[in-house]
Design a protein around this ligand. Structure first.
Ligand SMILES: [Zn+2]
Length: 329
């Protein structure tokens, strides 16, 4: 027992923070401790909430802090990974230049790893999730935006400027006619496959759609209730327009995957996030387009999988980053 190592992984999001203690085998010792982030209360309060979430996770695991080997913290960007700073994160306003790593390190006196949240989620899936048997992977996380992470030979591709693996901003259309992305550019994958952009595409498709569709009603009475989940559910129930929009989404995601495959030739491409609840039909649609449009040799055998850790991937991966910091064994 005394030889076992324990790592705390903390995943900081715009709404909540989650943390748990994870063993060398990648298994959390308890359900995660969850606290509201409340970014509007300011970054000093935010840093204290991070420490409190970590303390609660250690308590939930039935351990003392003395049993913890290292801590890993994952946050959304913009960030400077090497310096351990969140710079100017759009979903944690008004935080600016927050010294996350050094604060947590000083609070607990433990080696502390710092990582981008999507990179941490990718590492979680690589370590003990959908790509645990792979030597390399790329992850696309599908939500309001499209995030990404790249792992090659047990290493996270952070990039020179901390923004390696920003796969949502792979260009799948030209900058002059492509859809407008939240980053200010046109033609990014996120502008086609991010949840809010999918509902925008429905609005545009409706004008030309001749058949019946339940989606039409959403643009007369309850526009606000049209979510990507509604669209996916209607597609599964046989709605023609919803099915077209979902299939187009699979096509766009495959174009992004093909670009990533051409860049790094991974063993596995993993998709995570709420949309993957659509299941095998959606996964195989993406895979079909990957095999059809990807660089022939690598796409013949690349695996296309859905993530298996759900929203636990972030804190498990953050704990994995802590373990990498002190040396995986
Ligand atoms: Zn973009």
């Amino acid at each position: 027992m005394s030889g076992e190592r324990y790592f705390v992984g903390l995943d900081v999001g715009g709404t909540t923070m989650k943390a748990a203690v994870v063993g060398d085998d990648g298994r959390p010792l308890s359900e995660p401790a969850v606290l509201d982030t409340h970014p509007e209360r300011g970054q000093e309060a935010g840093l204290e909430t991070m420490c409190e979430t970590i303390r609660r996770a250690v308590a939930a695991a039935g351990l003392g802090m003395d049993r913890v080997t290292a801590v890993g913290v994952a946050t959304p960007g913009l960030m400077d990974i090497k310096a351990g700073l969140i710079l100017d994160p759009p979903n944690l306003k008004p935080w600016k230049n927050v010294p996350v790593r050094d604060h947590v390190k000083a609070a607990f006196g433990k080696p502390t790893a710092y990582q981008n949240d999507a990179n941490a989620a990718a590492y979680g899936e690589f370590w003990v999730g959908a790509a645990q048997d792979a030597k390399s992977m790329v992850l696309f996380t599908l939500g309001t935006g499209v995030g990404g992470g790249i792992i090659l030979d047990d290493r996270i591709v952070e990039g020179e400027h901390s923004h390696g693996g920003e796969l949502g901003h792979l260009r799948i259309d030209t900058p002059d006619r492509g859809r407008l992305c939240g980053c200010g550019a046109r033609g990014c994958l996120e502008a086609y496959a991010g949840a809010s952009h999918i509902t925008e595409r429905v609005r545009e498709e409706l004008a030309a759609w001749r058949g019946d569709t339940k989606l039409r009603a959403y643009f007369t009475a309850n526009d606000d209730e049209l979510t990507a989940k509604v669209i996916f559910d209607l597609a599964a129930a046989g709605d023609g327009l919803a099915a077209k929009v979902v299939d187009d989404t699979a096509y766009y995601l495959a174009l992004g995957a093909c670009a990533a495959i051409a860049a790094v030739d991974p063993e596995t491409v993993v998709f995570g996030g709420g949309m993957t609840a659509a299941g095998e039909r959606f996964r195989s649609a993406i895979e079909g387009y990957v095999r059809r449009f990807g660089l022939p040799f690598p796409t013949r055998s690349v695996k296309v999988a859905f993530a298996s850790l759900g929203s636990d991937a972030g804190f498990i991966g953050a704990a994995g980053c802590a373990r990498l910091l002190v040396g995986a064994k």
